[in-house]
Design a protein around this ligand. Sequence first.
Ligand code: ADP
Ligand code: ADP
Ligand code: ZN
Length: 219
Amino acid sequence: MNLILLGPPGAGKGTQAEGIAKKRGLIQLSTGDMLRQAVKAGTPVGQEASVIMEAGGLVPDHVVIKIIAERIALPDCAEGFILDGFPRTLKQAAALDELLTSQGKKIDAVIELKVNDAALIDRISGRYVCANCGASYHDTSCKPKVEGVCDRCGGKDFIRRPDDNPETVKNRLMAYYRETAPLIGYYFAKGKLHSVDGMAPIADVAAQVDGVLNTLAAP
Ligand code: ADP
Ligand code: ADP
Ligand code: ZN
């Protein structure tokens, strides 16, 4: 099963993608995580991306399309993947369609997480991530099971993302409404869109997503 998680910054895409990946044995592909790794490693892509990411803009289409094309072609994606943060523009969506068709694959469903702006700002301002593995936590809504220890990797260092500040968040939200929101219509027209209430608590959102995926799996 190949899925796309669609939603504004802070909607919970990463949180839900991790749960679905674990439960269904799918590979989670987050372009944000991949770009942050490139920035950390100081690669040419990372150097180009870091200034754009800190300003809250979108990295050029050809850069992220190349990253995803190379990643999806790897054998571990054959059993299915979840795209988290890609595509973010109509151009990326069209390139993805072409890429998948050429590999005899397709997108089975696009899950849209609907969350209002005030909640997004709250989620992003309270977000902190594991410095080692990137797992997301929140000051009030999603703390690690053991205070100060990452659930996923046992890491003890946590950081706030440099782009999770009020000024950059405004730009990221504008980029979402301008460039990414049109994808809702694009996938609706293809009959692939499933919208869920992303305002609910994490477990309830996961249950809604699960319901959608179960209907897909049914004959
Ligand atoms: P969030 O889900 O909180 O918006 P991400 O981790 O998905 O954050 O992305 C962080 C930043 O990485 C984005 O603001 C953007 O600069 C860049 N980025 C990630 N994915 C893409 C993409 N598909 N196209 C262009 N830029 C991207
Ligand atoms: P995205 O990948 O869409 O940017 P994240 O999954 O990183 O979003 O979630 C953003 C922040 O909101 C994180 O701090 C996360 O712990 C928190 N969060 C995620 N889903 C929910 C939810 N349903 N209710 C409350 N907080 C949430
Ligand atoms: Zn961790």
